[in-house]
Write a new protein. Structure first.
Lengths: 273, 428
């Protein structure tokens, strides 16, 4: 267990270094190297999550430690798939160090294997958890992409080429990538919410119980729905889309963590430590 | 050691460039591509010149050669230059630079990497040198040394280009505009262009855009007839000046360069249009003075306005960037010069003989040691006999090749023989 985490951290560390070299030296080989370290590191992270899941008999999202690991794994997987498809090196430069920090934080928060509660073993619940995490990972990457858009737009508008001007792709490309992240994230989020409702119906006999997390998640979903609707029907793109994407993710983060720390509800143990 | 006559042939570079000679003189001494073979053959007729190559561009005239009598070779080159262009030697002599040995190698590396260019990092020079080399090859005036030198120069140039940002930054107004366009739109392919007015710089920009395979080009001119003529030139479509507002709904890039004293496009014009455009970005390049496009427009979302000063600012900044990157390039050149010198040093008789001897000696010694380990029952004296036998064999085997290498060979053949020997015994 300890050794697996150590290896994961080591590989993510190497990936971070390779990506940093890519950022400064602008050599594609470093980015490729970083990508491979990330893939291998994520295999180890996957092994850790799998091991914890096998120990406790369910997906390890019953405390902050496990939640961070699963969230990290999902972000890594989503990035690996997207990077393979669209080559967004600069995103890796910023994402991998965050991933590294997430795994470190997870190792610092106490790990207490939980005795199995049967409520965690439904198909609906597993789908709910996985899709929600995938959706949130996509939206996190959409938020990072939005920041890139704002940086690049600022450089072009103010006519001051900064450090990033040549390192970032074109505005249109960043905007479009952000859109793809949001569409994917929104779709996953929607499936996650639906499976959550079905599960709630099966366990508690009602789809909706005004649990604070449910309320906030519903709000987040509506915001992203509005963002996508605006884009398709009124051409909300560029700066406006970027700002909304960042706002959406801020609310999402609150839904993810804030609700648990500040309010009570049946998602409570999710961030317990 | 300059101009000292040595047995080993030396690389020499004689020439002048934009830094040492004014344009009138460069014009005068330039050798056209038709004349180049004639000049090359003339150079090679000289007994003092072994291999030679001639590079003539608008910024430089350079002759690269190998010779074992530098002083005479230089004089020959000067005379041929003078004869060829009917210009007295005294007129251009003081503008010439003469590099010998490592300095010549460094110079040709720097030139091909575009570190010596008027606009540092421009990419034309490499093509020109490649061309000069192939012309020389076709005329059989280059040999082992210059061919190797030129190939090294090409790879140095490539390294400098890929490992430094020397060619990254646009250094002309039209390039700077295109570079910006590519940072706004992912690709300029199929983007619609609107040209308002006409002008040399605007046309230059349009030409660059056409190379990027842009879509329809609309041309709006106050005098419709002129617009039609210009549109025809670019295979575009002429529109009435009054139609500009309508076309702002569909075009992606607007290049404006009219003589109008008031803004042609203002904020009010664009207010309604962006909704109709579905907020697709639009890029205004305003190269008119006074400006045609209201700079306030730049504050609106998804609209980008660059005027001539902005573009100039980019060019100046980029030139600075290139100079910074050039320092990295110099380091790469230095490395390559050292490597090349090492190869050159090895390309002489004595080092080759030494390397050959060392190699065979080493083989013999290793084998003797091996056999002695398995023949432990032999006495010390017996071992000594075996070692001596091996030594004698080495001496005898190497006797004839050494004599052959030491024979007085002509320079051309000498290099070939050395190169062959080094390859045959895998000495490098």
């Amino acid at each position: 267990m300890k050794i697996l985490i150590f290896i994961t951290l080591f590989l993510y560390g190497l990936s971070t270094i390779a990506y940093a070299c890519h950022l400064f030296g602008r050599n594609q080989r470093f980015a490729d190297l970083g990508y491979w370290f990330l893939i291998i590191g994520s295999l180890f992270l996957g092994a850790i999550v799998f091991q914890e899941a096998a120990q406790s008999g369910h997906i390890p999202v019953h405390n902050l430690h496990g939640t961070l690991l699963v969230a990290g794994l999902m972000i890594a997987l989503v990035f690996i798939v997207f990077q393979y498809r669209i080559k967004f090196n600069i995103l890796g430069v910023f994402m991998v160090p965050i991933l590294f920090l997430m795994v470190i934080t997870a190792t610092l928060t106490p790990y207490t294997p939980l005795h199995t509660k049967n409520i965690f073993n439904s198909f609906w619940l597993i789908t709910h958890i996985i899709t929600i995490f995938i959706g949130e990972a996509c939206l996190a990457l959409a938020c990072a992409t939005a920041f890139f858009y704002l940086i690049q737009e600022h450089a072009i508008k103010t006519k001051t080429k900064g450090f990033f001007f040549n390192r970032l792709p074109s505005l249109e490309w960043i905007d479009h990538s952000g859109y793809i992240f949001i569409i994917t994230g929104f779709t996953a989020l929607t499936i996650g919410l639906i499976t959550g409702f079905i599960y709630a119906e099966l366990i508690w006999g009602r789809f909706w119980s005004w649990d604070p997390k449910e309320v906030w998640a519903g709000g987040t979903w509506l915001l992203y729905a509005a963002l996508l609707h605006g884009r398709i029907s009124a051409g909300w793109r560029g700066r406006k889309a970027a700002l909304l994407s960042i706002a959406g993710f801020a609310i999402l983060l609150f839904t993810f963590f804030g609700v648990n720390f500040l309010m009570k509800g049946h998602h409570g143990e999710f961030t317990a430590f | 050691m300059l101009f000292a006559s040595e047995t080993m042939s030396e690389i020499l570079l004689i020439g002048l460039n934009h830094k040492t000679a004014p344009v009138e003189l460069r014009e005068c001494l330039a050798i056209s591509s038709e004349e180049t073979p004639v000049a090359l053959n003339k150079l090679q007729e000289s007994p003092f010149i072994d291999e030679c190559l001639l590079l003539s561009t608008c910024n430089r005239v350079e002759i690269l050669l190998t010779s074992d009598n530098s002083l005479e070779a230089v004089n020959t080159v000067k005379n041929i230059m003078s004869e060829f262009n009917k210009t007295p030697v005294s007129r251009f002599e003081k503008h010439l630079y003469i590099h010998e040995g490592e300095a010549a190698v460094r110079h040709i590396f720097r030139v091909s990497a575009s570190l010596d260019s008027m606009i540092i990092g421009e990419s034309q020079i490499l093509g020109q040198i490649k061309n000069a080399h192939s012309v020389a090859c076709a005329n059989n005036t280059t040999g082992l040394i210059l061919n190797r030198l030129l190939h090294r120069a090409f790879s140095v140039a490539k390294r400098v280009r890929t490992e430094t940002g020397i060619g990254d930054h646009a250094v002309s107004i039209s390039h700077a505009a295109i570079e910006l366009g590519k940072k706004i739109f992912d690709t300029l392919e199929n983007k619609k262009i609107l040209l308002i007015g006409a002008g040399e710089m605007a046309e230059l920009a349009i030409e660059q855009l056409i190379r990027k395979k842009v879509g329809t080009i609309y041309v709006a001119n106050r005098t419709f007839k002129n617009g039609v003529a210009l549109a025809k030139k670019f295979n575009g479509e002429a529109i009435w000046f009054e139609e500009i507002m309508n076309h702002l709904k569909i075009v992606d890039v607007v290049i404006s360069s009219t003589g109008a004293s008031e803004f042609v496009v203002t904020r009010n014009h664009l207010k309604g249009i962006m909704g109709e455009r579905f907020n697709r970005p639009i890029f205004f390049i305003d190269i008119a003075v006074p400006r045609n496009i209201d700079p306030q427009i730049n504050r609106m979302s998804n609209i980008y306005v660059y005027d001539i000063d902005d573009l100039n600012g980019i060019v100046v900044g980029n030139l600075e960037e290139r100079k910074k990157e050039a320092t990295k390039g110099e380091r790469i050149v230095d490395e390559a010069v050292i490597q090349f010198s090492k190869w050159r040093e090895g390309m002489d008789i004595v080092p080759t003989i030494i390397a050959l001897r060392e190699k065979i000696d080493r083989i013999a010694k290793t084998e003797v040691e091996k056999i002695q380990k398995s023949l432990k029952h032999l006495s010390k004296e017996d071992h000594l006999v075996i070692s001596r036998m091996a030594e004698t064999m080495v001496q005898k085997v190497l006797h004839d090749p050494t004599l052959f290498l030491k024979k007085d060979l002509e320079n051309d053949n000498k290099s070939l023989v050395i190169d062959f020997t080094r390859k045959l015994f895998h000495l490098d």
